[in-house]
Design a protein around this ligand. Structure first.
Ligand code: DOR
Length: 303
């Protein structure tokens, strides 16, 4: 059997499969399907300093090739997560990654301090939410702001800081370099790709916010391309994600340069998707005669 363990910025995962932020909530509801210890890790639903209701509905629109969301960071706030959710997650053997968004760099700093002290394994600094005005995408599309948030997060965190990048940019390597120079320990990509759907009969956008972030099968090739570009530009470990639903999808992201892979939208149709991806990936590594799944990372060959 192939060795499935991987290292992500010094954090060991028993296998490279993580559930993406926003898809397993805080893990609670999924314990009924299988033991969360089957997973390499969980990125918890995005947190803010104070609780948020999120954006007005409708805020989910399905399309044939993915889901548009404009949720707007609905969450109970970082303190409630630490008090009520983290202890539950800790009953399982998996890496716990907290995803955070702030209105200011200072808010990121405060959350990094609280979450480090509470004992999460890693912090995913979200600078790429397409659905909020303050913070969010504003930080993820400008190299100086992305760097500033990263610096403040690093100053206040005692666990590895992974910065989540946006696909809604022309040159992702510019942002990746700025974030790397500011001290990030790892990068995760991609967040959702801005999109829109219109109801032809009412002539109104389906989403109350008009636009949302697209996830699911449609974005996999975008994710593979961006992971590959970033892996070639900076020397940081990458958590790759975007439309992963089977082992082959995860293998593509790893060959492009990812050290681990997150499964997101596929979880909505099938909570077992991460398990299927994990086993399919191990099978591919095995069939290629590898001893370790981690040997896939960066293994894409030049033409
Ligand atoms: O697509 C997304 N939706 N990306 C995020 O980072 C946050 C989330 C939301 O809550 O809107």
């Amino acid at each position: 059997p192939v060795d499935q363990s991987v290292d992500l910025a010094g954090v060991r995962l028993k296998n490279p499969i993580v559930v993406a932020s926003g898809t397993f909530g805080f893990g609670r509801e999924y314990g009924q399907f299988y033991d969360l210890s089957e997973l390499g890790g969980i990125c918890a639903k995005g947190l803010t300093l104070h609780r948020r209701e999120g954006n007005p509905p409708p805020r989910i629109a399905e399309t044939p090739m993915g889901i548009l969301n404009s949720v707007g960071l609905q969450n109970p706030g970082v303190d409630a997560f630490i008090e009520h959710e983290l202890p539950e997650l800790r009953k399982h053997d998996l890496v716990v990654i907290a995803n955070i968004s702030g209105n200011t760099p200072e808010e990121y700093g405060i959350m990094c301090e609280k979450l480090s002290e509470a004992g999460v394994d890693m912090i995913e600094v979200n600078i790429s939410c397409p659905n909020v005005k303050a913070g969010g995408l504003a930080y993820g599309t400008k190299p100086e702001l992305a760097a500033e948030v990263t610096r403040v997060a690093k100053e206040h965190a005692t666990v590895p800081v992974m910065v989540k990048l946006s696909p809604n940019v022309t040159d992702v390597t510019e942002i990746a370099r700025a974030v790397a120079d500011a001290g990030a320990d790892a990068l995760s990509l991609i967040n959702t790709l801005r999109g829109m759907r219109i109801d032809v009969n009412t002539r109104r956008p389906i989403l109350k916010m008009n636009t949302g972030g697209l996830s699911g099968p449609a974005v996999l090739p975008v994710a593979v391309r961006m992971v590959w570009e970033v892996a070639n530009a900076v020397d940081l470990p990458i958590l790759g994600m975007g439309g992963v639903a089977k082992g082959e999808d995860a293998a593509q992201l790893m060959l492009a340069g990812a050290s681990a892979v997150a499964v997101g939208t596929a979880c909505f149709a099938d909570p077992y998707a991460p398990i299927r991806v994990r086993d399919g990936l191990a099978q591919i590594a095995c069939a290629q005669g590898l001893d370790k799944v981690s040997d896939l990372t960066g293994g894409v060959r030049p033409w």
